[in-house]
Write a protein that binds this ligand. Structure first.
Ligand code: ADP
Length: 309
């Protein structure tokens, strides 16, 4: 029987590091800025002209986030929310901070010397940047797929089993490997060659193997940084189909420079640009259809219609 590695649901207190570090100051919780969408719970149903409905709690919420590489502020004033089980695309011209912002969600930037973060990134309501949060555990819950497929120089099986082994998975590893490969829509192509090297697969297969590897640690969020930019059109469409499948169980945030891809594959889009100081910021976030057909900001319209970028 196959064990389904369902999305993890522990709270942040369960992913905290041992309490030997000083707690950080409470993140600011003041009113959201204009760029943050108003939760349904804050709107009167009468004003909205319909019966009460509840928006799901966001999985990720940026609260006045600023991110610095040394003295350089790469992104500023970020106040957006990421809804569960949806695909949110980050779009904008090269260098506006899309990848940087994506990497703040699983603290991948921590690995770069001299970085500094102000504000908060809330994950299920708790700040990922609190001092007692273990970044390794954060990365288990918030998986990442990179631009260039990067399987380890190991067998297909060992690629998928790697994370669960490191984190001491106590269940049936064969079942977990199979279910992860199935969820990544690559099981049928590799089931007879699990002992072969992951590097022997095609680019598109390697990327799906990397998605299986990310899924195997039971994340509930998957970050994708231009996951198709090294792939041919057929493999790109396979990954987009896979994303549509995965969002039934996972929350996906994708950086893409390909606007057709954002329009095709995402539910929500955040358009970023950069100021004269080169700091990136979110111009507008909305349902993807709105961003592409009826944006509120002229700058968004200019970008999506190809006038700059
Ligand atoms: P995008 O993904 O939108 O192309 P990035 O997030 O890669 O933008 O980069 C945003 C800004 O941060 C750019 O000015 C880039 O040069 C800078 N940057 C990115 N990574 C680093 C780094 N490791 N060290 C210093 N500056 C960086």
């Amino acid at each position: 029987m196959v064990t389904e590695p369902g999305p993890g649901r522990e709270t942040m207190s369960q992913i905290a590091a041992p309490p030997d570090l000083e707690p950080a100051a409470e993140p600011a919780r003041e009113a959201p800025s204009a760029s943050r969408r108003e939760p349904a719970s804050e709107r009167s149903p009468e004003a909205a002209g319909r019966s009460p409905e509840r928006r799901p709690e966001p999985v990720i919420e940026f609260r006045d986030l600023h991110f610095y590489y040394g003295a350089f502020r790469a992104v500023k004033d970020i106040n957006i929310s990421i809804e569960p089980q949806k695909i949110t695309a980050l779009i904008g011209p090269s260098g506006c901070g899309k990848s940087t912002l994506l990497r703040t969600i699983n603290r991948m930037n921590d690995l770069i010397p001299g970085i500094r973060t102000e504000g908060a990134v809330l994950y299920h309501g708790e700040n990922l940047y609190d001092r007692d949060v273990d970044p390794v555990e954060v990365r288990r819950r918030i998986g990442m797929v990179f631009q260039k497929p990067n399987p380890f120089p190991k067998s297909i099986y060992d690629n998928v089993a790697f994370g669960p082994r490191v984190t001491g998975y106590a269940g049936n590893l064969d079942d977990l490997v199979e279910s992860s490969l199935r969820r990544a829509a690559i099981w049928d192509e590799v089931k007879d060659k699990l002992k072969q090297s992951g590097l022997a697969l095609s680019g598109g297969q390697q990327q799906r193997l990397c998605i299986a590897r990310a899924i195997a640690t039971s994340p509930d969020v998957i970050l994708m940084d231009e996951p198709c930019s090294a792939l041919d059109p057929r493999s790109t469409l396979q990954i987009e189909d896979l994303m549509a499948e995965l969002k039934q169980n996972y929350t996906i945030v994708i950086v893409t420079h390909n606007m057709q891809q954002a329009a095709r594959a995402s539910d929500y889009t955040a358009f970023m640009n950069m100021d004269e100081d080169r700091a990136g910021y979110v111009v507008e976030q909305d349902a993807t259809i709105e961003i592409f057909t009826n944006p509120k900001e002229q700058m968004t319209e200019d970008y999506v219609s190809g006038r700059f970028g």
